[in-house]
Design a protein around this ligand. Structure first.
Ligand code: FAD
Length: 404
């Protein structure tokens, strides 16, 4: 094993959407940035996500726009610019699964919500869908509900991870924490990171270390005795149903709660079938159920909402996954992307996007912190001695792994 030294402007730790987006943004701005990933890229929440780029209306189901709905209103446009190659990050290689997300009610929704959707506030963000325009699955005469179309788009997340990684593959490296460790100065800031991929090792210095490791931020912070910011987990139990119908559906079903009763995204599998990936209240409240009980509940939901479809021959699976976020009072859902300098380590920024959608917003917040910390882009190339390091693979989505 050889040991040598390298210096970069920014070392990003964690390669989900947060780290990958940030790497792209910083390199485009001239920073000499690198990313260190301990597993697969997109490995945890990102590859498990449903790929919806929200305009925020999902949060307005109570009949009013909240902080959460306002903070992300311009995110679909931001992502669309990137998909066209006209944004701050190049996403031209990423695939769009659907240009729209739909919202439907199985019966009549509350008049408060109906009039809210018809109001000026949501104009341009929610449209009523005529019978002729309905997606194929809602063309059946048995469908009696109201259907709306949102500006939200849906992305094929593995292709997003791949596109972001491809843009700067020479700056992404594996890290093995069994053989890696930080050293700190007397004031608590990071002095060096001895980083190893298991075969090669390097003593790394950086103007700033940015933690974008999702749930892994907790352990990274504890390595440096960082108490603030702190993290919270909000668990989900998503249900997957693999079936023979061709219907690709991207939709929220509105029930009586202000959150969606069911959220469905669709994913084509390598064996030519279709998986409906079920989130929403089913996944939030399903965390207390056994897998078997949750699958029974999911079957009952689909039978109730789509009585004209037959899922009796379908395959079922469950994915338990935690959402990692900055700690909120009462375990509430955070409103926006989060980035903060660690309380006792002046060259460490800890960040959670809180939503795939908000990755661009998170990168903006970090760029502001870097300016405040007087961290300027050097324009330097990636240190040559890092090129021996291994490159992490791209994660595999659960609709491919869970049915094997
Ligand atoms: C089921 C589900 C569905 C969702 N659907 C949507 C949606 O449709 N739209 C939306 O906007 N949001 C959605 N979200 C939220 C969104 O997925 C997350 O907010 C986002 O992906 C978080 O990204 P991240 O990069 O912070 O974390 P992650 O994706 O978890 O990435 C963290 C990365 O850091 C790595 N890592 C961990 N520890 C270390 C370490 N010590 N050193 C190096 N690397 C490390 C991990 O291996 C991983 O690759 C969903 C979340 C879930 C769970």
């Amino acid at each position: 094993m050889t040991t040598n030294t390298a210096t970069v402007d920014i070392a990003i730790i964690g390669g989900g959407i947060a780290g990958l987006w940030l790497l792209n943004r910083l390199c485009n701005d001239g920073y000499n940035a690198i990313l260190l990933e301990q597993g697969d890229l997109g490995g945890e929440q990102t590859i498990a996500s449903q790929g919806m780029i929200h305009g925020g209306i999902k949060y307005a189901l109570g009949g009013a726009l909240t902080g959460a709905s306002e903070a992300i209103a311009d995110m679909p446009d931001h992502w669309r610019r990137c998909l066209k190659g006209e944004g701050d990050v190049d996403l031209r290689q990423a695939k769009v699964l659907s240009e729209h997300f739909y919202m439907w009610s199985s019966s009549s929704i509350s008049s408060k919500v109906t009039s809210f959707f018809a109001s000026k506030v949501t104009r341009g963000r929610v449209d009523n869908v005529s019978k002729a325009e309905r997606p194929a699955v809602f063309q059946d005469n048995a469908f009696k509900g109201a259907l709306y179309k949102l500006v939200d788009l849906v992305l094929d997340v593995p292709s997003v991870v791949n596109a972001l990684a491809d843009n700067y593959r020479d700056r992404i490296f594996s890290i093995d924490w069994q053989r890696s460790a930080f050293s700190q100065k007397a004031d608590g800031s990071v002095d060096t990171l001895v980083a190893s991929d298991g075969e090669n090792a390097i003593t790394l210095t950086a103007n700033q270390f940015v933690f974008t490791a999702g749930e892994g931020n907790e352990q990274l912070c504890s390595m440096l005795s960082i108490k603030k910011p702190a993290m919270q987990r909000r668990p989900l139990k998503q249900v997957l149903v693999k079936h023979h119908y061709p219907h690709a559906l991207y939709a929220h079903c509105m029930g009586s709660n202000p959150s969606p009763r069911l959220t469905i995204s669709s994913h084509a599998t390598e064996d030519g079938k279709n998986v409906w990936y079920l989130g929403g209240d089913l996944a939030t409240y399903g965390v207390v159920l056994s897998d078997e009980a949750l699958i029974e509940q999911a079957k009952a939901e689909l039978n109730d909402l789509f009585p004209w479809l037959d899922f009796s021959e379908s395959e079922w699976a469950v994915l338990y996954v935690d959402r990692a976020e900055p700690k909120q009072k009462g375990l509430l859902k955070p409103d926006k992307a989060f980035a903060e300098t660690a309380n006792n380590s002046s060259n460490v920024i800890v960040s959670w996007p809180t939503k795939l959608t908000l990755a661009p917003n998170m990168a903006d917040e970090i760029c502001t912190l870097l300016k405040q910390n007087h961290t300027a882009p050097s324009g330097d190339n990636v240190p040559a001695n890092l090129h021996h390091f291994k490159t992490p693979a791209i994660g595999t989505p659960c609709w491919e792994t869970l049915f094997r």
